[in-house]
Design a protein around this ligand. Structure first.
Ligand SMILES: *Cc1c(COP(=O)(O)O)cnc(C)c1O
Length: 443
């Protein structure tokens, strides 16, 4: 506590300019610009005033201003170690990219690219051409288009195929996808009118059929990605909806959510959906595909072309970083065995529980924790009932906050008064880092 009254101490604080003349802040200004130095000094003085008013001595102001400069310059969007056991964790950025996909981003974005140049004739090309070939091969579709995310893909499909007309969807499929965003609200922005049929637990083909009028443009199926209705429940098989759509001259659009490319639990694959008669499928790039945030539309060429020509396509299209990462990811998927090894989401899904346990044991050894059996989840609104056997390193709960605020931040799960660091989502290469973070958090 200071001896003298706070008013006198406040008046003694140096003016901004005098602090800026301190060699330590001259160095900050030299390296990072005067703007950063000024902001840092102002922040340091602000904190000092608060401390003096509270009766404390603020200490060396130039040192504090230099620390503020570091805080200002430190990236806000940073790498985090995911020890939650949720593989495609939406709050943690969903899918980590494969090394091969990152290489594509660095190469394409670090310089100029043929984003919209067709190199052979030397004329204007389409950014959509770069990934369409992979999507066609991986799904059996005639054509494909990539936009910013899957919500945009569905929005564009409805805008292009049913603007001013009706879209029929089952009440059992009106999903909320997280953070309060509801599919029906997104769809309404397409300019199409939603017509809900059936009930929450049961919808039959006859329900769709009865709702079809001269105003109908699209039959929409939305995958119940992040929930399941069990018990007395029924949704029509896609093939039956496809026959109805065909008979009535309507488009059948299938919003798959995750869009797996191979076989995975009861997730519908894009290929199976198209083979069953969906004319267009929409799916995310950063859920089970394990790529960048993107929305992929695949299906009949004439319909994809209508989407491509719609004015919203220009507003929703993917940028070159996304396209580069997606092309790199899809190239790995062309060899399923390689994808399981190199696409992080698929690797974490497939890793045997024994290997996860070995990692948890190693981490427990390094940190003095204990090993606990856990259940990991797929996340990203996919396979909500799937429980993956997993193992965590269990530590004292008090470490949760300091670990989250550490560098790098480590995010675990607090359960029953313990902090669990689930090792299904922690890489072998991250173990030493986590152990160091635990030591720092205890210090
Ligand atoms: C996740 C999901 C979406 C939204 O996909 P984003 O890529 O996050 O925009 C839409 N529909 C379904 C069924 C989903 O599961």
């Amino acid at each position: 506590m200071t001896e003298r009254p706070p008013g006198a101490r406040l008046r003694e604080l140096p003016p901004v300019d005098r602090l800026l003349a301190d060699p330590r802040l001259l160095e900050v200004a030299e390296r990072h610009g005067r703007g950063v130095a000024v902001e840092a000094v102002r922040r340091a003085l602000e904190v000092a005033r608060e401390e003096i008013r509270a009766g404390f001595e603020p200490g060396d102001l130039a040192d504090r201003a230099r620390a503020e400069a570091h805080a200002i310059l430190r990236p806000r969007l940073r790498r985090v170690i995911n020890a939650t056991g949720v593989i495609a964790h939406t709050n943690l950025g969903r899918a980590p990219l494969a090394a091969a996909a990152l290489e594509r981003v660095a190469e394409v974005a670090g310089g100029y690219s043929n984003l919209e140049l067709d190199l052979e004739p030397g004329t204007r090309g389409s950014r959509q051409a770069h990934v369409a070939g992979h999507v066609r091969e991986l799904t059996g579709a005639e054509a494909a288009l990539v936009v910013n995310n899957n919500a945009a893909a569905v929005l564009l499909a409805l805008a292009a195929l049913a603007e001013g007309r009706e879209v029929i969807v089952s009440r059992g499929e009106l999903v909320e996808i997280g953070d309060g965003f509801r599919i029906p609200d997104v769809l309404a922005r397409s300019g199409a009118r939603l017509v809900e049929v059936g009930t929450t637990n049961r919808t039959r083909v006859a329900d769709y059929e009865r709702a079809i009028t001269a105003e109908t443009g699209v039959l929409l199926r939305v995958h119940q990605s992040n929930f399941r209705i069990v018990g007395f429940a029924e949704q029509p098989p896609l093939a039956e909806l496809a026959m109805l759509a065909e008979r009535c001259g309507l488009a059948l659009v299938d919003d798959l959510g995750s869009g797996v490319l191979g076989e995975l639990g009861d997730e519908p694959s894009a290929r199976a959906s198209l083979a069953a008669g969906a004319q267009l499928v929409c799916f995310s790039g950063d859920k089970l595909l394990g790529g960048p945030q993107a929305g992929i539309v695949a299906g009949r060429a004439d319909l994809v072309e209508r989407l491509r020509r719609h004015p919203l396509q220009r507003a929703l299209r993917a940028d070159k970083l996304t396209l580069a990462a997606l092309e790199g990811t899809l190239a790995l998927h062309r060899d399923p065995a390689r994808a399981r090894q190199e696409v992080p989401v698929l690797r974490m899904l497939a890793e045997p529980a024994g290997a996860v346990r070995a990692r948890a044991e190693r981490l427990a050894e390094l940190t003095g924790g204990s090993v606990e059996q856990t259940v990991a989840r797929v996340g990203g609104g996919a396979l909500p009932l799937a429980e993956l056997d997993s193992f965590a390193c269990s530590l004292e709960e008090a470490l949760a906050t300091p670990l989250r605020l550490g560098e790098p931040p480590v995010v675990g799960v607090v359960r029953d008064g313990r902090l669990l660091l689930d090792c299904r989502t922690v890489a072998d290469a991250e173990l030493e880092e986590v152990a160091a973070a635990v030591a720092a958090a205890r210090a």
